[in-house]
Design a protein around this ligand. Structure first.
Ligand code: NAP
Length: 278
């Protein structure tokens, strides 16, 4: 069995990050990240402060923008416009979910594409879809960075992506396609799911359902990438069952797999935005 653990991948990304930060420092530039939290979602709040601390520890400048759950669309837009114009901010992370009264799409569309380090704006989505350099959602980028770090052959491989969300399933499928894999995307309406997933040389599970992928859904020799993170009693698990991982033979563990790489990808994206803003 081969575990594709996230730590060595993150360590390699951190080295690249240190090199980029040093080069920027010579030019007198400190990359700046704005973490925007609107409302009081506990998970968003935890993720935002975790990411902010990691960014500060790495040497980035971090600005926290915190707004109450009663924030209006106009106030949220004003915040984004101010950050779009701020010279010390190179990347804007708009934490989700947003309060119900806000129009998520309109707020995402208002982000300056050059500061959209999470790759959510139509500009960045379009750049990715047309094979140009783009900011990509960090978790999707972490999946590809992990496969590449472990030299998993992608060109010509049959890749199946389980999940079609804008933040993981679709961008990861685009990245695999750009790497010349033959890609199938599955979702809740896919017929005979197990027959499709069994075809995969590489299976990306981003379905958000604890241990949904069972051993009969994978084939021996497949590479499994598990994006899911769930609590089951006192243990943490992914979207894929351990017996499916054992059958396939090569897999990313949960915890300690893709989640460990995601933060580094985000920090790298902020430094790239700072380099491009020059
Ligand atoms: P999401 O928006 O809920 O999307 C889930 C996708 O799975 C949807 O496309 C859905 O299909 C599909 N799906 C649901 N049930 C299915 C079923 N029974 N059969 C086939 N497809 C099914 O979730 P997400 O935001 O992409 O997140 C996925 C997972 O990643 C979650 O567990 C989340 O916690 C985790 N996550 C991990 C990280 C990390 O750093 N590792 C970061 C973010 C999120 P429809 O489109 O048809 O509804």
């Amino acid at each position: 069995m081969r575990e594709l653990t996230g730590k060595p991948v993150a360590a390699a990304q951190r080295e690249e990050l240190a090199r980029s930060l040093a080069a920027l420092k010579e030019q007198g530039i400190t990359p700046g990240l704005a973490v925007v939290r609107i409302g009081d979602d506990a998970a968003a709040s935890m993720y935002g402060s975790f990411l902010g601390k990691q960014a500060q520890a790495a040497g980035l400048f971090v600005r926290y923008c915190e707004y109450s759950a009663a924030t209006t669309q106009r106030e949220a837009l004003a915040c984004i416009e101010e950050l779009n114009a701020a010279a010390d901010i190179h990347g804007i992370l708009l934490l989700m979910p947003l309060p119900e009264q806000l129009d998520r799409q309109a707020l995402v569309d208002a982000l300056a594409p050059a500061k959209d380090i999470d790759g959510l704006t139509p500009t960045q989505v379009g750049r990715l879809a047309t094979g140009r350099s783009a900011f990509v959602p960090a978790t999707a980028a972490a999946c590809l960075a992990t496969l590449r770090h472990y030299d998993i052959p992608l060109a010509g491989a049959r890749a199946v992506v389980l999940g079609r969300s804008d933040v993981i399933g679709k961008p990861v499928a685009q990245l695999l396609l750009a790497a010349n894999a033959t890609v199938t995307i599955c979702h809740s309406r896919t017929r005979d799911l197990a027959a499709v997933t069994r075809e995969a040389d590489i299976l990306i599970a981003a379905v958000g359902k604890a241990e949904m992928v069972t051993a009969d859904m994978v084939r021996e020799g497949a590479v499994l990438v598990d994006v899911g993170i769930h609590r089951r009693g006192d243990r943490t698990c992914g979207d894929i069952r351990p017996d499916a991982c054992a059958k396939a033979g090569t897999y990313t563990p949960v915890p300690g797999g893709i989640g460990a790489v995601t933060t580094s990808m985000m920090l790298l994206a902020v430094t790239r935005a700072a380099q491009e803003a020059g």
